[in-house]
Each structure stands twice: as structure tokens, then as C-alpha cells.
Unconditional design. Structure first.
Lengths: 338, 776, 207
């Protein structure tokens, strides 16, 4: 266990550098995620996916970016223009703000100028609450976007946002409560340290909580099988129907950033964090875990159909929430007894 | 009129058991055609003598096999168009025609319109029973126009027939081919007529009749038109288009006053240029024969005209201040009516030299005779058997009149009298009983007096004429009276109908009015029918519609003529006008017929009607004027779109309408006495165009080669040198000397087809002028 | 073949198969049982397995389906009737087209046009020949009507062009003279039938 007091002092410069780093890397990764998604889905359908822009289509991201930046920015005539303009920013901004309290990379010191860059931009002691809160706040993006655009598909999209996000916030919170009880802290660093030095991963103690968290995570990030908000076959594009260009792009940067966030939380909370594993260094482990959880989301999208809104609600309130509550009770009982 | 079938000369015949009416003395083939019954025939040409080359028109008449092109109908005749024997003959004939006929329909110009193809299919020839060794037959060019592919030729002799019987050149004939001789055994095994036809076919081929490789002819291209196969093609058209690709636009030829019916055949110019272009001109060759200008002078359209509003404004200004409009006869009746309207509303003077002269002559004639127009037309002249011509260089002035003169000699065993100061070597070759008077310039009245003397009933003559007949007119005209008397006796044998055509020399004569009176006297006192040849395309129409002025001065608008502001269909004026192949309208031709013509090519500029709409009020289209042509002058109030333009199967002309003519009683005519000594002496120039040239438009066409020069007989040309200056009283021209083989004598011809040269000014009110010529 | 099966219009008696579907759960207990059975049956994971298997097939076992079209093309039938080819005579190398214009005439979409002229060798020369592939419907009449087997349908099927009116010029369609040895006789629609000889009427050929 590393003593926090042994670490160098966290300076403002370090935090800013970290913030910029997160912003640049995650935003880049979010974009790159679209490429990966298209590629993985294609492979699973025995297709090639993007091939023409750059070698094996890796520069597709640049092409898409140029396209999004240069497209005409259309705001519908009867839309509430201010909210319509703000909504995508809410989604993207909350996604990145959430990342402030998440340990993304191991800490390091920049040579020569001697600036210490921490692994977390802001290691607040209620990190998990902050992250969950920010992600919950992110629901205002789709909600406002759908309602502001004066489009019936948008309205349906935001209605679905309301039921889906509101429902699954409950499950997310309850599912993660059991690990919190075990660790006794709300700081991600503490979670990481709890599983350090060859200790078993929390998923071993809390498999039910992990499964519930994953399911809730899909709903949080608005991924198949819970992509009700914008399901093309039913409601055109849901809350993004009227969006185009970079505003539309912001929603997707937010979505992919959220996917990464969920991946990080899952990795840190349940899957051993950035601790070394056997002979594999911790930073490779954390990247591998995040990558796998990202891949898992795509894999699920390629394999499973999506559910109806009523099935979603039914699953949440009648199955997942009771399970989560039971899980907390059992965890509490076991902790009391042991 | 001959066109009207009267009850008397109609007889009834039976064809294939059905009863029909037919004209007495008509050939069976023509009678059948007139009744819409099909008898196959390749070599026969309506209006020409039967050739009996193809023998396919075999029919059975009253139980005997006859050639329907050659046998005349008789009252009650029973005709069977096809028996098993006849069918066998016809099939054998078609098989023989197909022997060694090159299988190049794919490239042949006639493919799709080929009578050999048609009859081979019609008779169901799908196999060949006969063979013979082929002989090499060369492809040759007979002239700058004609291309002859002997290999394709089936020696039907239609070309030679039309050249001789209609055109009069007789420039081509059948000659020996040197082909393999037929197996004598075939005479027994083959159908009889097929063998005879083959025997002749195998030996002959067509060639220029002067023995050289080049035809000596007027390049009319009628042989091309009648060729049933692709053997005769114009060099310009060859391999440039298939017959079926061409859109046929019925029109009226705008080059001379014949106003022949023609089809402009158009198609997009090329793959790159999709604008329509005229590829050739075709005609209903059974019923009308074209001249070289009509057939080859078609690409005179005003190509690059556009609507430029500023020039149009200038034109409007020019019309508003115009005092005079100077124009010629190459305009439609509608345009003439527009100009007349301008005169009535704006008071401009109308100047048209040739039409004015003709109008003056017509008026004098009407006054003297009481007839609103001349009484006969050229169709009727073709039916007559004694034809005369005064005051016209037939060969150059009007090809159709010349064809009529020739056709009478050939078809009606006719006779002819030809009075003209300029000697001609072609006219005497038309027939054996033709007398030519190459009289002195100014003796036209004497010629008419001679005709009156020969044909008129002396009792009906006014004394003023009678007095003049005592002179020895034949001697005065330069003939030998004893010899003439003898030959005239021969000429008059079995002659029943007489006709006279008069031409431009008389209208541009000092004593034109007196001449008109003589014509009136002739008509009143004899059975001679007189037809007039209007000087230019629509001179008759202009003369009837417009109130022309003789002299005028002031701001002048020239329409295809000189002026201060020039409208021109040639593309060289201040404002473009549509050429005749780009506009619709009617023309009045020498047959007294108002014929419609259609636009073959697109025109993008302004028309005269556009100016009319700005200057005075006018209807929307030019053709809206058609119904308003002056009915008092014989025109009918008929809409343009109702005018037909074609021929019926029996050869009746169904084009536009005939002018109404009226006649009224007149008092006795007093004719002035002929005064001796008015003949021109010295070097004389004659205002006359070469063959195939009539106006600026024929000159613009790329297949008309006759140049603007001084035309002279070979002997005269030798004395003149290469290039000469021709000095008139009021100006001079420097011209190249061009030899016209068919001219004789010392008179030289100066063409007037280039309006820019102002030849009319030089000649003034006459067609002949004394000039001084010196070599330069 | 009889027409009986077409004449039977009684749809109800046809051989429809009824799928073996379970009745939907009605009581709460049944619904709960369905959820439990569905949750713990590995159906969902079978789905994941299928997609993963296909990905491995595609990536490592060479079963990728995609044809990268503009760069790769699938082989087409030799009888495929696409963009026209103008053939040459095998001996002389001269183009076969004689400019007869039958294809131009028969073309029902009016997309063929040609320019011809009388050349120095007294032959009909085809100076230009185009087909507007924006209009051509590839009906094959031109190939069928051609008396010289000069115009045939080839295997090029791309008619996209940078210009709205995309033409194909004579040289574009003509067999390149250096590829004359590769020119094949056409077997498709419009080719001479195999019994063409029998259909010809025998006529004497003494000369």
C-alpha cells in the first residue's frame, strides 16, 4: 500500500495538465471509439468495415471529424434555440467532469520542469458519489435536447430518457453500495488499494453487484440493448433527430466518454483497478480492463437485440432493484457476522 | 382543264373482277395506280415513255399477257394483275435482278428505300435458281455531282429515260458491259420474259452518252432521284446518312417561279452538333422534276441568326423613318402582304424591279384581254403537242418550262418553235421538228406577229394587227421563208393543241404593253394557250399582292437587296431574316398555284412579322397572314394549316390552291405598229443566269458551282479572253469569262443572281444592253 | 408441367407450418418462472458466442465476405450483357462495323448515333459512333440486329460518369488493336445460333 503522504505535492499546474490530458485523450478515444465500434461490428458480421481512409481506415475518424465540423449547423425554426444549443454541451461536459474524480492513468512526474501529474485530477473523498452524480446530471443533455427541438421523435426520445435514466440511477447506486460497504470509502484510490497486493478482486466477493452494475451501465451509457432513446427503427433518431454537425458530434463524444467512464469504474471498483497482476504492470492491466469492457459493450451490441421500454422498466423495478437490495442485505449480514 | 375528269373520256374497265373507271388512252399501269391498285413496276416513269426494261409489270388483259406500262386501256377491258404464270415470271425476274447484286445493303444509301429490296421481299424471293459469272463493273464519278456504282445498277434505264424524255439532256445511255453470255439452255427452262430481261441486263450498263467518262448535262440530279437502287447517288450525300434517319419536310422550292414540290430531308448534323441539317432534297419524281438548283441548292439557311434586341430596336427605328423598301421576289406571299400593309399604313414606297416589270405586263395584258391572269399553266402545256417559246432563255430562266418544251417533243410527238436572240445548241436536240429563230434583239413583237399569222383566225383579228401581217416576217426574223414553209407543214401534222410560253424578255421590253396586247390578240383569235414565266421565285405573288412603285428615293430598307438598313436572310445584313428553308408561308408559282412551304431548319432570329408587330399591328405568326391574302386578286381566304402539299396516286397536284381567275368582255384591241430599226446592234449583253443559279441563295449553296462571270459561247469566249471589263452606260463590271458550251452567237450573258452587284441597275428597264467589252 | 397447382386457389389448405410457440405467461408465478429460466439459460451467451465465432472466422480463417468493389470485382457470367464492345475482323484488324445504321434504328431508347462518310477507299467509313449510356437500357437489340456481329455486349458494367450525358465513343468500345488476339467470339444474345447453317437456303454457287 502506498502512503498518500509520500506522494509529491499536487500543484495547480499538475491538475491543469491532467485535465487537458484527460480531455484530449478521452475525446480522442471517444472519436477513435467510433472507428473501433464500426470495425468490431463489421468483423462480427464478417465484413471489413471502414477501409479507405488511411491504412485499414484508421483515419476515418479524421474524415468524420472534418465532416462534422464542416456541416451546416441547423437549428429548427420552432426549437427553443438556447436550450437546443446548450443540450449537447451538457452531455459532453458532464461526461468529462465525471472523469475528474476517476483515476485514469498512473501518476507520473514530467522531467526537467518537475511537475507532478496525479492519477486523479481531483482525488476527492466522495469520488464515486461525484462520478455517479455527474453521470446522472448528464441525463439533462438528452432530456433537454429532445424537448427543445420541437419534434415529436425528440419528445418521445426525451420521455424515454426520463424513464430510463431515472430508473437505472437507482440500480447503479444500489449495486455499487455493496462494494462501498466492503471498502468503507467513497474514494477510487481506496477501492484500488483495497484490491492491491494480490488481494482478490471485488467481483469475486460481489458478483451479483457486478452484473447489476454492468446492466445499469449499459442503460446509463444508452447502449444496446438499452438504446431506447434514439432507436432508429422506432423513433428516427430520438432526441438527436434534429441535430447535425458538431452539436450531434458532442452527444456522441459524451456517449463514448461515458462508456469509458463506466469501463474505468467497473475496472477500479470490481476488477482490481490499476494494480499489478502477477507479472503484468498495473497500467497495462487497467488499459486492458477498460479496453475489454469497451469491447464487451460492442460485442453485446453485435449480438443482442434491444428491449422494449416496458420490458426495460419491468426489468429495472421488478428484477434488478430487488436483487440489488437483497444483495446489500446479504452483504451487510455477512459483514456483521464476519 | 385536263385535270378534270369529264364523263366523256372516262371508260370502264375491270381489274381483278372489280369495275373501275379509267381515262381513255391511258396505260393500264397508270389506270390501276389511279384506282389504288398495285401492279409491280420498276422501269416505268409516269410522264415518260415506257422502257420495257424490267418486264415485271406483266398483266393479263383480255386473256393476253401484256406489259401494263405499255398497253392502253380499252372500254370493257378485263385485267388480271396476277396469274400463276405472271407470278412465276415476276419471281424469276426478281431472282435474276438479285444475281450478282452486291450484298452491301448495309452500306448502300438506298437501303430501306430500295425498290430491289422491296420487290424481292414483296415477291418472297428467298432462294436463287440462277448463276452467272460476274464482270467487274467500275465505280465512277460522272461529274462533280454524280456518282455511279455500276455494280449496283440493275439497268432499269429510268435514269436514261428521265434524262431524255423529261430533262432533255440525254446525257446518259446504255452501253455494252461485256458480261458473260447466258447459257442457251436457259431459254427453254427459264420463264420467257425473265430470260429476255436477263439477256439484255447481262449486256448493258449505263454510261455518259458523249463517250467520255463525264456527263455533259445540266447537273439536275433527276437521274439520282429516279434510281431505284443505290447505283446513282450524289457525291455529297453518299454514305452520309440512311434514308430512314432523315426527316422529310414537304416544302416548295424557292429558287425559281416553278415552285416545285420538294422534300427537305434533315437530320442532326453530327454527333457533336445536334442542330438539324438538310442532307438532301428529294421530290415526287413521278410527278415533278427538279433542276440542279432545287435539288442541290438547299443549304442556304441563315445559320447563326440570334435575337439581338439592340439591332432589333435599330430595325424598328429604321422602319419608322423608312421612305422606301427595296426587295426582290424571293419572299413569301405573306411577307409581300406585310410589305403592302406597311405601304398602306406608313406610306413607304415598294421597289421590286422584276416584279414591277411583270406587274406592268400583267396589267397591260389584263386590260387588253379581260383575263385577270394568263389562261394556261405548264401542266397543260405538257399535254399539248405544239409548243412555242418567245422571250425566254428557256434553259436558264425556268427549268420546268424547258422540261415541258422537251416533254412535249418526246411524249406527244410534238413540234416546237423557239424564238430567242441568244442561240442555243440544246433546244434543237429536244426533237426533230423544232424550228429555232435566233432573231435580233428587239424583234420579239415580230415573233408574236408570226405566231399570230400562223395560228390565228384572220377574221377575228383587229385591223391594227392584220395590217402588219403582210410583211415577210420569217425573213425579218432571220429565217428562210421557203424552207420554213416546208418544215412548218411537217410540224403541223396531226397537231391539235398549241401552246406558247413567254418570258422575262417581254416584261423588260420597251414596248412591253404593246406586246401584252399582242398576246391578248393571239389568245382571242386562236386556240394557242399562253402561259407566262414569272421572272423570279414569287414575282407573280408579289405582282398580285403589292402595289409596286417604279421610282423612289429617301431612307431605304433593303430586304435581301441594297439599302440604308438591310434585312438579309443571307446573314450579311443589319438584321437577320429567315431564309426560305427556315420559314413557313406560301409562294405563288408560275402554275398560278399558291403552294405552302414549311420550315426545315430552326431559325433563332427575328422575322419580318416581329417587326410588323412593333411597327403596325400584326397577328402572332407569319402564317396568320395567309388567310388575308387579297381575294380580289384570286387568292383564297384559307388558313395556312389547311393547305395540302402532295400529289395523289394518279398524278393530280394536290398542293395549296389555284388562283381564281376571271375574265370579262373587252373592246377591240388596238396594237401599235411594229417599228423597224429598233433592234439593238453591236456588242450586246443579256441579263441571264447560268443554269442552276437563280439568286443569292442558290449561290450560297455548296453544291452549286456556277460562278458569277460573263457567260459566252465557246467561239465568242475565244475572242474575249480570260477576264473582261463590261462597260455599260452607267457603270461597269469586271468579270471572268466562262464558256457555256450550249450558247451560240455573239451575245454574252451577265448573271444577276448576286444582288450585291446591282446588275439590274446596269440593265435598267431592259434585259439587253449594248456594252463595250475589253479584256483586262 | 400441369397447371393444377396454379388452379388451386384455396389458400387455406396449403401447407403452412405452425411454429411450436409457448403460450405467453399469464399468472405472476408463470412470468417469474419465465424470467428465471431465461436468465439462467445460456441463450444470451450463445448469442455472444455466435458473434465472436464469426469474428474469428472472418479475421483468422479467411472467411471475410466483403468485396472491395471498385478495386475488386466479382467474376461475371460470360453471357452477361453489359457495356457494348465493337469487335474487329480477326484477319485484317479493321473494325467490323460497316455503318449500316441498323442498331441506330432499332435502338428503343434512341441512344445510339453514328456519323459516316465516303472515304478515300470508296468505303463507308464510320467516323464516330456513340452510345449514350445514360439512356441505354441494355436490351440487346443492337447486338441482335447487327449483321456483322460487330457490336456485342461485353462485361464492363460501370456506367457511372462524371458527366450527366456520358457517352462512349467508338475507340472506347473498339477492341484495342494490340489485344486483337484476345478478342473472343460472342456467345451471348445476338450471336449466331448454333443451327444457323441449317436455316440458310441452299442456292447455286457456281461462281
Amino acid at each position: 500500500m502506498v502512503d498518500a503522504t509520500m506522494l509529491p505535492e499536487v500543484t495547480a499546474a499538475g491538475v491543469i495538465i491532467k485535465a487537458i490530458l484527460i480531455l484530449a485523450v478521452i475525446a480522442g478515444l471517444a472519436g477513435f471509439g467510433t472507428y473501433i465500434e464500426r470495425k468490431i461490428l463489421a468483423f462480427m458480421q464478417r465484413r471489413l468495415g471502414p477501409m479507405h481512409v488511411g491504412p485499414h481506415g484508421v483515419l476515418q475518424l479524421a474524415a468524420d471529424g472534418i465532416k462534422l465540423f464542416t456541416k451546416e449547423d441547423i437549428i429548427p425554426q420552432h426549437a427553443n434555440k438556447i436550450i437546443f444549443a446548450i443540450a449537447p454541451i451538457i452531455t459532453a461536459a458532464t461526461a468529462f467532469i465525471a472523469l475528474a474524480a476517476v483515476p485514469v492513468f498512473p501518476d507520473f512526474t514530467i522531467p526537467f520542469i518537475d511537475v507532478y501529474v496525479p492519477s486523479i485530477a481531483s482525488d476527492i473523498n466522495v469520488g464515486i458519489l461525484f462520478v455517479l452524480g455527474m453521470m446522472a446530471a448528464g441525463l439533462y443533455g438528452p432530456l433537454l435536447a429532445g424537448m427543445a427541438q420541437s419534434n415529436k421523435w425528440g419528445i418521445i426520445g426525451s420521455a424515454r430518457t426520463a424513464i430510463q435514466f431515472l430508473s437505472y440511477e437507482v440500480v447503479t447506486g444500489l449495486s455499487i453500495l455493496a462494494p462501498i460497504m466492503m471498502v468503507g470509502s467513497l474514494s477510487f484510490v481506496d477501492f484500488n488499494n483495497y484490491q492491491a497486493d494480490g488481494a482478490l478482486w471485488l467481483v469475486v466477493y460481489q458478483p451479483v453487484a457486478f452484473v447489476l452494475f454492468l446492466i445499469a451501465g449499459f442503460a446509463e451509457t444508452n447502449r444496446t440493448p438499452f438504446d431506447l432513446l434514439e432507436h432508429e427503427a422506432e423513433i428516427i433518431s430520438g432526441y438527436v433527430t434534429e441535430y447535425s454537425g458538431m452539436r450531434w458530434g458532442l452527444f456522441f463524444i459524451g456517449e463514448y466518454a461515458n462508456m469509458i467512464t463506466i469501463g474505468i469504474i467497473a475496472s477500479v471498483v470490481f476488477l482490481g483497478g490499476y494494480n499489478d497482476f502477477w507479472f503484468i504492470p498495473g497500467w497495462i492491466m487497467i488499459i486492458g480492463k477498460i479496453a475489454f469492457s469497451f469491447f464487451f459493450m460492442l460485442w453485446v451490441r453485435a449480438s443482442w437485440p434491444h428491449v422494449r421500454p416496458d420490458q426495460l422498466m419491468w426489468l429495472c423495478w421488478k428484477v434488478l432493484m430487488p436483487l440489488a437490495v437483497i444483495n446489500i442485505l446479504i452483504t451487510g449480514l455477512v459483514m456483521m457476522i464476519v | 382543264m385536263s385535270e378534270v375528269k369529264t364523263a366523256e373520256n372516262m371508260i370502264s374497265i375491270k381489274i381483278d373482277g372489280q369495275e373501275y373507271k379509267a381515262k381513255e388512252g391511258e396505260y393500264i399501269l397508270n389506270a390501276a395506280r389511279a384506282n389504288d391498285i398495285f401492279i409491280p413496276a420498276i422501269c416505268y416513269l409516269t410522264r415518260c415513255s415506257p422502257t420495257l426494261a424490267c418486264r415485271i409489270c406483266l398483266v393479263e388483259a383480255d386473256g393476253k399477257q401484256v406489259y401494263s406500262c405499255n398497253a392502253k386501256v380499252k372500254e370493257g377491258m378485263e385485267i388480271t394483275t396476277s396469274t400463276s404464270n405472271i407470278l412465276e415470271e415476276r419471281k424469276a425476274i426478281m431472282e435474276v435482278y438479285d444475281v450478282n447484286h452486291p450484298l452491301q445493303c448495309g452500306v448502300c444509301d438506298q437501303s430501306g428505300a430500295c425498290e430491289l429490296q422491296n420487290y424481292t421481299l414483296e415477291l418472297g424471293i428467298d432462294s436463287q435458281s440462277y448463276t452467272i459469272a460476274d464482270t467487274k463493273r467500275e465505280t465512277t464519278n460522272w461529274s462533280s455531282i454524280l456518282h455511279y456504282d455500276a455494280g449496283l445498277c440493275i439497268v432499269c434505264e429510268r435514269c436514261t429515260t428521265v434524262c431524255k424524255d423529261m430533262i432533255g439532256d440525254a446525257a446518259i445511255k446504255t452501253t455494252k458491259r461485256g458480261g458473260a453470255t447466258l447459257d442457251k439452255g436457259l431459254k427453254v427452262t427459264m420463264p420467257k420474259d425473265a430470260y429476255a430481261m436477263w439477256n439484255k441486263l447481262q449486256k448493258s450498263v449505263i454510261a455518259p452518252s458523249n463517250g467520255t467518262g463525264e456527263t455533259d448535262c445540266s447537273d439536275c440530279g433527276e437521274c439520282i432521284a429516279v434510281c431505284p437502287v443505290g447505283a446513282l447517288v450524289s457525291r455529297d450525300f453518299q454514305y452520309s446518312s440512311n434514308a430512314w434517319d432523315l426527316k422529310r419536310i414537304p416544302a416548295t422550292c424557292a429558287h425559281c417561279s416553278s415552285g416545285c414540290q420538294i422534300y427537305y430531308e434533315t437530320k442532326p448534323t453530327s454527333i457533336e452538333n445536334r442542330d438539324e441539317k438538310i442532307f438532301r432534297v428529294t421530290n415526287e419524281w413521278n410527278y415533278v422534276s427538279l433542276c440542279g438548283a432545287g435539288r442541290f441548292g438547299y443549304d442556304f439557311e441563315n445559320r447563326d441568326a440570334v435575337k439581338d434586341e439592340s439591332t432589333f430596336k435599330n430595325a424598328i427605328e429604321a422602319f419608322k423613318k423608312a421612305k422606301v423598301i427595296n426587295f426582290n421576289s424571293t419572299i413569301t406571299n405573306e411577307e409581300a402582304l406585310m410589305l403592302q400593309t406597311l405601304k398602306e399604313k406608313l406610306g413607304v414606297k415598294l421597289i421590286n424591279r422584276e416584279a414591277k416589270a411583270f406587274q406592268r405586263f400583267l396589267n397591260a395584258y389584263t386590260q387588253a384581254s379581260g383575263n385577270s391572269l394568263y389562261t394556261t399553266d405548264f401542266k397543260e402545256i405538257m399535254q399539248s403537242d405544239f409548243v412555242m417559246s418567245v422571250g425566254s432563255s428557256l434553259r436558264n430562266d425556268n427549268p420546268n418550262a424547258r422540261y415541258a418544251f422537251n416533254n412535249v417533243q418526246k411524249m406527244n410527238k410534238g413540234a416546237g418553235l423557239y424564238f430567242h436572240p441568244v442561240g442555243d445548241t440544246l433546244i434543237p436536240t429536244f426533237g426533230k421538228t423544232i424550228e429555232m429563230f435566233t432573231h435580233k434583239v428587239g424583234q420579239e413583237e415580230l415573233a408574236l406577229l408570226l405566231i399570230i399569222k400562223l395560228f390565228a383566225d384572220a377574221d377575228k383579228l383587229p385591223s391594227s394587227v392584220k395590217d402588219q401581217l403582210d410583211a415577210n416576217l420569217v425573213e425579218l426574223l432571220g429565217g428562210d421563208s421557203a424552207k420554213f414553209e416546208k418544215s412548218f407543214e411537217k410540224m403541223m401534222k396531226k397537231k391539235t393543241s398549241f401552246s406558247l410560253m413567254i418570258g422575262e424578255d417581254l416584261y423588260f421590253h420597251e414596248r412591253a404593253e404593246n406586246i401584252a396586247k399582242l398576246i391578248a390578240v393571239l389568245e382571242a383569235s386562236s386556240s394557242v394557250n399562253v402561259a407566262m414565266i414569272p421572272p423570279k421565285t414569287n414575282s407573280l405573288g408579289v405582282a398580285l399582292i403589292c402595289d409596286l412603285d417604279s421610282e423612289a428615293s429617301g431612307y431605304t430598307i433593303g430586304y435581301n437587296e441594297s439599302g440604308d438598313f438591310r434585312l438579309s436572310a443571307l446573314g450579311d445584313g443589319d438584321l437577320d431574316m429567315p431564309a426560305m428553308n427556315q420559314q413557313e408561308g406560301t409562294l405563288t408559282n408560275m402554275h398560278k398555284r399558291v403552294t405552302p412551304t414549311n420550315a426545315a431548319l430552326e431559325y433563332h432570329g427575328y422575322e419580318l412579322n416581329d417587326i410588323m408587330r412593333e411597327v403596325v399591328s400584326a397577328p402572332k405568326h407569319t402564317i396568320d397572314w395567309t388567310a388575308h391574302l387579297p381575294t380580289a386578286k384570286g387568292f383564297k381566304a384559307v388558313e395556312f394549316d389547311t393547305l395540302p402539299n402532295g400529289y395523289t396516286n394518279d398524278g393530280q397536284e394536290n398542293r395549296g390552291y389555284l388562283l381564281e381567275t376571271t375574265s370579262k368582255e373587252v373592246k377591240e384591241i388596238t396594237v401599235e405598229k411594229f417599228s423597224e430599226g429598233s433592234e439593238l446592234e453591236g456588242e450586246i449583253a443579256y441579263r441571264c443566269n447560268p443554269q442552276r443559279q437563280f439568286n443569292d441563295f442558290s449561290d450560297k449553296s455548296h453544291q452549286i458551282f456556277e460562278g458569277f462571270g460573263l457567260y459566252a459561247s465557246p467561239a465568242k469566249a475565244e475572242t474575249l479572253g480570260k477576264r473582261v471589263e463590261v462597260a455599260f452606260e452607267n457603270g461597269s463590271l469586271t468579270l471572268d469569262v466562262i464558256v457555256d458550251d450550249r450558247m451560240e452567237g455573239d451575245i454574252v450573258a451577265v448573271p444577276d443572281f448576286k444582288s450585291a452587284e446591282n446588275v439590274y441597275e446596269l440593265f435598267g428597264e431592259s434585259r439587253y444592253k449594248t456594252v463595250t467589252i475589253r479584256e483586262v | 408441367m400441369g397447371l393444377e397447382q396454379f388452379k388451386n386457389r384455396n389458400v387455406g389448405t396449403q401447407n403452412y407450418k405452425v411454429l411450436d410457440l409457448e403460450m405467453p405467461p399469464i399468472t405472476a408465478m408463470e412470468k417469474f418462472k419465465q424470467v428465471v429460466s431465461r436468465t439462467f439459460k445460456p441463450e444470451l451467451f450463445a448469442g455472444l458466442g455466435v458473434t465472436l465465432r464469426e469474428m474469428i472466422n472472418a479475421l483468422f480463417r479467411g472467411k471475410m465476405h466483403t468485396t472491395q468493389y471498385p478495386f475488386e470485382k466479382l467474376p461475371i457470367s460470360p453471357r452477361y450483357r453489359a457495356i457494348h464492345e465493337m469487335l474487329r475482323l480477326l484477319e485484317s484488324g479493321h473494325y467490323r462495323c460497316i455503318g449500316c445504321g441498323l442498331c441506330e434504328k432499332i435502338c428503343i431508347s434512341n441512344c445510339i448515333s453514328m456519323d459516316t462518310r465516303y472515304d478515300e477507299n470508296q468505303r463507308k467509313e464510320v467516323t464516330e459512333y456513340t452510345i449514350n449510356f445514360g439512356r441505354c437500357i441494355f436490351c440487346g437489340y443492337c447486338a441482335e440486329v447487327c449483321p456483322e456481329l460487330a457490336i456485342v455486349h461485353g462485361g464492363r458494367y460501370e456506367t457511372a460518369s462524371e458527366q450527366r450525358a456520358s457517352f462512349s465513343l467508338f475507340e472506347d468500345m473498339l477492341t484495342p488493336i494490340d489485344k486483337l488476339n484476345l478478342q473472343q467470339e460472342y456467345q451471348g444474345f445476338g450471336a449466331i445460333s448454333s443451327n444457323a447453317d441449317e436455316n440458310i437456303k441452299k442456292t447455286p454457287l457456281a461462281y
